[in-house]
Design a protein around this ligand. Structure first.
Ligand SMILES: [Mn+2]
Length: 338
């Protein structure tokens, strides 16, 4: 990335958010609209590396990035560097389950934590900065997009926000945004830069449907999704309580959801080879299911010495390739007993 493309915000604000979905991108855009922050997008695998690239930061916002045993140490070291060496104040805004040890370490370090598992991150940002955002209908729309695409649109605050717009319009905006993110996310080395551009456009007041190329991105994704659904039907593997499929898709959550429909099972498991030797696994459960996938996957991962966890209906893990059969067997056992 050319430094020149993204001039630093005059007040030295920086937002680091999740690059994978509409909640993360919307969060970055909302913070930028409030602070003109420079945007960095990241994912769990490169979170600490991304933070290490931040210099001259006076105010740091970390959004939609859950903390887990694999990432916390290096993440915390980078926060400390920014706090102590750069004198940055740090805000951590997130909705993934957080363990009490991490919470107290962040609190002791003076991090401003705004956390709840009740609403998605972009809705949390909207409520935290309500006074500054309440006159920005476009930021409100982005918060709704985050809630819809994170499957958190039935939550209390999200419902209030969504109820103030035409629902179909919001569904369209949310879908165009998430399909665009999924298409751009496949763009290799260029994709991070283009996602940052997308977030900057949203911050400046463009709606998802006004983004350059948005309808083509969405159309491209819809076509691929239809093909993918057929392929999943043909090549997915059904086990007792779940079905799985190996994929190169970056939107593994969608793949997991397609599996649930294609095989009429309560849980879908998408398995993605992200780096040599490792699988990134995404799990989703059918709406109304009583499984707590976050806890189940957390237990399996810790028994395998791997990392994993998440929400009751959406979770993930990263395991060594050689552990896949073991992982699937443990999952079968866990799902049979709960
Ligand atoms: Mn989220």
């Amino acid at each position: 990335m050319q430094e020149m493309d993204f001039p630093r915000a005059p007040d030295g604000a920086v937002v680091v958010s999740h690059r994978k979905d509409a909640d993360g991108i919307s969060s970055a855009a909302m913070i930028r609209s409030l602070t003109s922050a420079e945007i960095f997008l990241t994912d769990y695998a490169d979170m600490a590396e991304t933070l290490s690239r931040i210099k001259n930061c006076k105010e740091l916002f970390v959004c939609d990035l859950g903390l887990n045993p694999t990432t916390f140490g290096a993440f915390f070291d980078e926060l400390q560097r920014l706090r102590i060496k750069e004198g940055a104040s740090v805000h951590y805004i997130d909705h993934h389950p957080i363990n009490s040890e991490y919470r107290s370490k962040l609190t002791v370090a003076g991090v401003d934590i705004y956390h709840s598992t009740e609403e998605c991150t972009s809705v949390l940002i909207y409520t935290k900065y309500l006074e500054n955002l309440k006159d920005s209908p476009k930021m409100k729309i982005l918060a709704c997009c985050g809630a819809i695409t994170d499957y958190m649109d039935s939550r209390l605050e999200a419902r209030k926000l969504i109820g103030s717009f035409d629902r179909q319009f919001l569904l369209y905006e949310a879908t165009v945004l998430s399909f665009s993110i999924a298409t751009i996310g496949r763009g290799g080395k260029e994709s991070n830069r283009r996602l940052i551009e997308l977030a900057r456009d949203l911050a400046s007041g463009k709606l998802p449907h006004e983004i350059d190329g948005a309808s083509e991105y969405a159309q491209t994704y819809a076509k691929r999704a239809a093909l993918l659904m057929e392929k999943i039907r043909d090549e997915g593997v059904r086990r007792k309580n779940f079905a799985y499929f190996k994929t190169r898709e970056s939107a593994t959550g969608n793949v997991a959801n397609f599996l649930i429909g294609a095989f009429d099972v309560p849980v879908g498991v998408a398995i993605r080879e992200e780096e040599v030797g490792f699988y990134e696994i995404s799990l989703r459960s059918r709406e109304g299911s009583s499984y707590d996938l976050g806890k189940i996957v957390g237990r399996i991962a810790s028994r395998l010495g791997a990392s994993g966890g998440g929400h009751p209906n959406a979770s993930g893990a990263r395991i060594r390739k050689s552990q896949l059969e073991q992982f699937l067997k443990m999952l079968e056992e866990e799902l049979s007993k709960s």
